[in-house]
Design a protein around this ligand. Structure first.
Ligand SMILES: Cc1ncc(COP(=O)(O)O)c(C=O)c1O
Length: 391
């Protein structure tokens, strides 16, 4: 255990703080100076770059991953009464997007080691009303895609991959988000690359990408954003009742440069991951399981499990102790059925999803940003050791 002095309050280590560099700052300033702040050429460039990075068919930039999930499900043709199977351990946005589509979310439990949706449980949850499955590549670890795609093919289900954590994830050499009908990504401030708020959807089919573009901008005909350009005024027509889900050039200006550094950021998080693995391995906590062979983990969240019986401290006391040591930590996530809204609306109980419940009650995410310096990583490790020792 360490005797290092505690980190000072002034240097509170903010969880998930993004690394923003000079190029993004210059690009944002030039965007402001150009006067074109809204959807425009920088968004088109970011879409093209992301599509190339992913070797995908079609990419549409949006205001968030939540918007990407919502519009994917509308483009998939989901209707009220349709059921969508998803995981009990995810951010609320995954489930809310299903509800906003008008469909009914059906939760299933996770595999305790991967923390990903359990494909055997998906099969058990299928009914005549099931239309889609929405797996989340949790913490950046790819789901068992082969099994999920087989189940979907056998039951004629759409697949919408929630890749909010998984930009760099790969499964058998293919990138997450390119297996299903749709792949949805987040560039929220804590994500692997950021645009402030922002998202992207990958679609297999041209017609789905085109519909998403229309839905993202009020239901106005394609490329309505060009109506103010120098090619002469263009009338638009509203062809359905859409949403305001478009990405701005101001956001894409950040994303274009973040995407160029995606590999070096991953390498840095990989280094930190390995340091945590090495330094915390003898502590009475559960560390993340190694990635499955033939996959690439996107290293979005480094989660440790605090079981009071072994650690001698409760998870919530540990969170408080870490915060007192000036280290920002996260909880990803309390399981979905822990929240009152879902209990009231769907009658879900945490005990019915025991793996998700246990992990949701034990999990703590440690800082894992490329912005962390070696000294910051030392401080996190020392704080974890001290908090467990003190208990
Ligand atoms: C698993 C998961 N899905 C969806 C989202 C929603 O992303 P956004 O904030 O870009 O809407 C998040 C965001 O944290 C997430 O973690």
């Amino acid at each position: 255990m360490s005797n290092h002095p505690a980190r000072s309050k002034e240097r509170f280590l903010v969880f998930g703080s993004p690394l923003i560099e000079e190029e993004e700052i210059r690009e944002v300033v030039s965007c402001i100076e150009s006067g074109w702040l809204g959807t425009g050429p920088k968004v088109s460039q970011f879409e093209a770059n992301f599509k190339d990075y992913k070797h995908a068919n079609h990419a549409v930039a949006l205001s968030s991953c939540t918007a990407a999930l919502h519009l994917s499900m509308l483009a998939a043709g989901l209707k009220p009464g349709d059921e969508v199977i998803t995981t009990a351990l995810t951010f609320c946005a995954t489930v809310n997007a299903i509800i906003h589509t008008g469909a009914t979310p059906v939760l299933v439990d996770i595999e305790p080691e991967s923390m990903n949706i359990d494909p055997d449980q998906i099969e058990l949850a299928i009914t005549p009303r099931t239309r889609a499955v929405l797996p989340v590549h949790f913490a950046g670890r790819p789901c068992n895609i082969d099994k999920i795609m087989n189940i979907a093919a056998q039951n004629n289900l759409k697949v919408i991959e929630d890749c909010a954590h998984a930009i760099e994830a790969e499964y058998k050499g293919h990138k997450a988000g390119t297996f299903g009908d749709f792949g949805c990504f987040s560039f929220y401030v804590t994500k692997n690359i950021v645009t402030g708020e922002g998202g992207m959807v990958l679609a297999q089919r041209e017609q789905d990408a085109a519909r998403i573009k229309v839905l993202a901008l009020h239901g106005m005909t394609k490329d309505a954003w060009k109506r103010f350009g120098d090619e002469g005024y263009k009338h638009y027509h509203v062809v359905e009742c859409g949403f305001k889900y478009n990405m701005m050039d101001l956001q894409a200006a950040i994303g274009i440069h973040q995407l160029r550094r995606i590999e070096s950021y991953w390498q840095r998080r990989h280094e930190i991951w390995e340091r945590y693995n090495e330094s915390l391995k003898s502590l009475p906590v559960t560390l993340p399981f190694d990635p499955e062979p033939n996959t690439r983990h996107a290293h979005h969240l480094y989660t440790i499990l605090i079981d009071q019986k072994h650690a001698g401290i409760s998870r919530d006391s540990f969170l408080n102790e870490m915060t007192r040591a000036n280290i920002g930590v996260g909880v990803h996530y309390l399981s979905i059925p822990e929240h009152p809204y879902y209990q009231k609306s769907f009658g879900w109980r945490p005990e019915d999803f025991p793996n998700a419940m246990r992990i949701g009650r034990q999990t703590v995410s440690l800082p894992l940003s490329p912005k962390l310096r070696d000294k910051d990583v030392d401080d996190v490790i020392n704080a974890v050791c001290t908090c467990l020792d003190r208990s």
